[in-house]
Design a protein around this ligand. Structure first.
Ligand code: SF4
Length: 317
């Protein structure tokens, strides 16, 4: 591990200022992803800014009738909050489908959103990887790609985003509150937070360097039956081959988002109009531009079947 300096901060503005004056710095809270990346030599920040003291660990009513979730709320606390379980069940279920109990106790809301891909080549510093080392190539394109993305891919990168929580937040139309290095605040719809790899696979999100997530706001609850189904290679502590977040309303309409298929949670409102007609109709629109590899083409029929299973579950069948 490379040497680094370390400081604790007490306000978001202090954190942003510290980041702006120290190029190459990173924020650290739960550290469940960043520390691994540092130990493996994938990330080597010159300076760590510990944000655990920022008092951003509350879940409060929001002015829009929804909930404002502090960036430092731990995944376990968010999943078990009675308001989340009652009104945003898909979020609680997605959280509980992710990682392990120990990791959820430590991982924060903002950290979960910003965790990096689990592409195995990204974690192997002996392999070319455009996300880790821009311009070096993508080992997954001619390698093992069973877990990788089928849509929104580029010739530069076919990685997926690993978060379950983000898929549910995309379904719920969450908004991300941030403070930038110059102290200015902004709100980013989660639909605009993540970017596709394009020619810059190393850039995961629309955040600027040093921009700090301070909270996530959920809109007022929309009711309906909430389902999160995750298909993976083993029953726990594994990332999704695909996942389906779904809300079905009383009239049979609803929302659906997929995880495990793209560099970001994948949702298209036009595909949701097909929900009453089942998984095959939804996937025909939602994954119309899919470009799978030979090894992960199974994700398309698997998406259809998992959407159908989620629909049956929502209807109590
Ligand atoms: Fe790297 Fe992306 Fe290729 Fe994986 S898919 S090796 S993360 S460039």
């Amino acid at each position: 591990m490379m040497p680094f300096t370390y400081e604790r901060v007490e306000t978001p503005e202090q954190a942003a200022r510290a980041s702006a004056r120290t190029p190459g710095s990173r924020f650290i809270a739960g550290g469940t992803n960043l520390l691994d990346l540092m130990k493996l030599g994938i990330e080597s920040p010159a300076h760590l800014i510990d944000v655990n003291g920022l008092k951003l660990n509350q879940i409060e009513p929001a002015a829009n009738g929804g909930l404002r979730i502090g960036a430092l709320v731990r995944n376990t606390d968010l999943a078990s909050d009675m308001r989340i379980r009652r009104d945003y069940g898909v979020l609680s279920r997605a959280l509980l489908a992710g990682a392990s109990g120990q990791l959820r106790n430590r991982a924060t809301t903002a950290g979960n959103l910003l965790q990096r891909t689990r592409c195995p080549y990204f974690y192997d510093i002996n392999q070319p990887c455009n996300k880790r080392s821009p311009g070096s190539g993508c080992s997954a394109l001619d390698g093992v790609s069973r877990q990788h993305a089928v849509i929104g891919v580029s010739a530069t990168c076919i990685a997926t985003h690993p978060s379950d929580m983000a898929v549910a937040m995309r379904l719920l139309d969450a908004s991300i509150e941030t403070v930038r290095g110059d102290g200015k605040k902004r709100v980013i719809p989660i639909a605009d937070l993540y970017r596709l790899p394009g020619t810059e696979a190393h850039v995961d999100t629309a955040l600027e360097p040093g921009e700090l997530i301070t909270a996530v706001t959920l809109p007022a609850p929309i009711g309906g039956t909430h389902v999160y189904r995750k298909v993976r290679d083993r029953a726990s502590y594994a990332f999704a081959l695909i996942s389906v977040a779904m809300i079905v309303l009383r009239d049979g309409t609803g929302r659906v988002a997929l995880g495990g298929v793209a560099h970001k949670p994948w949702r298209m409102e036009s595909a949701e109009l097909e929900l009453p007609r089942g998984g095959s109709a939804v996937v025909r629109t939602l994954l119309a531009d899919a470009r799978p590899t030979d090894q992960n083409a199974f994700k398309l029929p698997l998406s259809e079947r998992t959407i159908d299973a989620a629909l049956s579950q929502a209807k109590g069948a």
